[in-house]
Design a protein around this ligand. Structure first.
Ligand SMILES: [Zn+2]
Length: 226
């Protein structure tokens, strides 16, 4: 990590490094009174990651600012079609239909991946694992979770806690909740007290409420490793 310091003027400070250029704009509330002695501010810079078509995961870099905590949100939705398996959190759920998807269509694991990637400031699951790449055709979503967890550790973070909400009209998730939670904990390497799974219906309205789709939201808190 390139570390440097700059002198912050009351309005705007600019600095250039051999390989990058940036500027710092100071909001009015943060402006330093002209009578105030010069203040030295330290900052850290990391090059911004760029997704590469050949190896998007390798190209992903740790987040630019080593914050002690990082929050991420994930959302996913899949169409339900008859004759397909319904897999939620890596668990086969008996139902008359399942998710239409390029991979195994695991709506919960997909949105957990997006929440972790989001917390790390990385591109979303569709960019890291493009659905036009035959490599990911029919892939188990556990593969995506393992990659996201690897990126999290490489960036110097560990799972704080995770809260997920599944939205579907049918079937009832309560009989499967513990199995889903245990499997997710194993994949994340997290204690069960750190992972919470909730489920709700969509009051029989719209595609979610008419058993035509399934959705999930996830929020994660990542903590900087000591
Ligand atoms: Zn998905």
């Amino acid at each position: 990590m390139a570390s440097f310091s700059l002198l912050l003027s009351p309005i705007t400070a600019k600095a250039s490094l051999p390989t990058s250029r940036f500027s710092v704009h100071v909001s009015p509330s943060l402006r330093i009174p002209s009578s105030h002695p010069t203040i030295r501010v330290s900052a850290s810079i990391k090059s911004v990651h760029k997704a590469s078509a050949s190896s998007p995961v390798k190209a992903a870099a740790p987040p630019p600012h080593p914050l002690p905590f990082r929050v991420g949100h994930g959302f996913d939705l899949h169409r339900l079609e008859p004759g397909l398996p319904l897999i939620i959190g890596g668990i086969d759920i008996p139902h008359d239909r399942g998710c239409e998807a390029h991979s195994d269509g695991d709506v919960l694991l997909h949105c957990v991946v997006d929440a972790i990637l989001g917390a790390l400031g990385l591109p979303d699951i569709g960019q890291i694992f493009p659905d036009n790449d035959p490599k990911w055709r029919g892939a188990k979503s556990s593969v995506f979770i393992k990659e996201a967890v690897k990126l999290m550790h490489e960036a110097g973070y560990e799972m704080g806690n995770l809260d997920a909400t599944l939205i579907l009209q049918k079937p009832k998730i309560s009989p499967h909740k513990e199995a889903i939670r245990n499997n997710l904990c194993n994949l994340l390497g997290a204690d069960s007290s750190a992972v919470n799974i909730k489920a709700k219906t969509h009051e029989k309205v719209d595609s979610l409420g008419e058993n035509r789709s399934i959705a999930a939201h996830t929020v994660v808190l990542l903590m900087k490793k000591k």
